[in-house]
Design a protein around this ligand. Structure first.
Ligand code: 5GP
Ligand code: ZN
Length: 139
């Protein structure tokens, strides 16, 4: 728990939230600035700043909670699908540095933009980058 972390304060009950799900390790609540109504945040109660400092062995319980919450969000909002988004670092749009997943309910033509697809110069450049990333796995 970090006093300076807004999501730790929500998890401890110090700051109110519109809660949709809670278990021993996970809390889910509505985002205050929703992309669409029903936009929900899922957080581990334990503080960690982003995905890379989250203990991977706790991942399956968290994923199970995300699935339950996403299904309920879709059912409740009548969505046709949803985005599961998790920003890491300010450059990626992270503004609250306590690990969280966004569940955003979607319908066709709702106007929410994701990324515009780019391209590689050629297949060799793509293969070279894949090999470079591969060589850094686990480092
Ligand atoms: P990020 O940009 O870090 O991926 O997402 C942070 C999200 O937290 C934003 O979508 C923002 O609207 C939401 N948020 C920030 N402060 C609060 C708060 O105090 N309560 C709730 N419910 N959501 C918050
Ligand atoms: Zn925190």
């Amino acid at each position: 728990m970090s006093d300076s972390c807004i999501f730790c304060r929500i998890a401890s009950g110090d700051i109110p939230c519109s809660k949709v799900y809670e278990d021993e390790n996970v809390l889910a609540f509505l985002d205050l600035g929703p992309a669409r109504p029903g936009h929900t945040l899922v957080i581990p109660k334990e503080h960690c700043s982003g995905l890379l400092d989250f203990p991977a062995e706790k991942g399956s319980a968290l994923l199970a909670a995300i699935q339950k919450v996403a299904a309920a969000v879709v059912m409740t909002t009548g969505a046709e699908g949803f985005n599961l988004i998790q920003n890491n670092g300010a450059a990626a749009g992270q503004s609250v540095f306590h690990l969280h997943w966004h569940i955003i309910p979607r319908v066709e033509g709702d106007g929410i933009e994701t990324w515009k697809p780019g391209s590689y110069p050629d297949t060799a450049a793509m293969q070279a980058l894949a090999a470079q990333i591969s060589s850094n796995i686990g480092k």
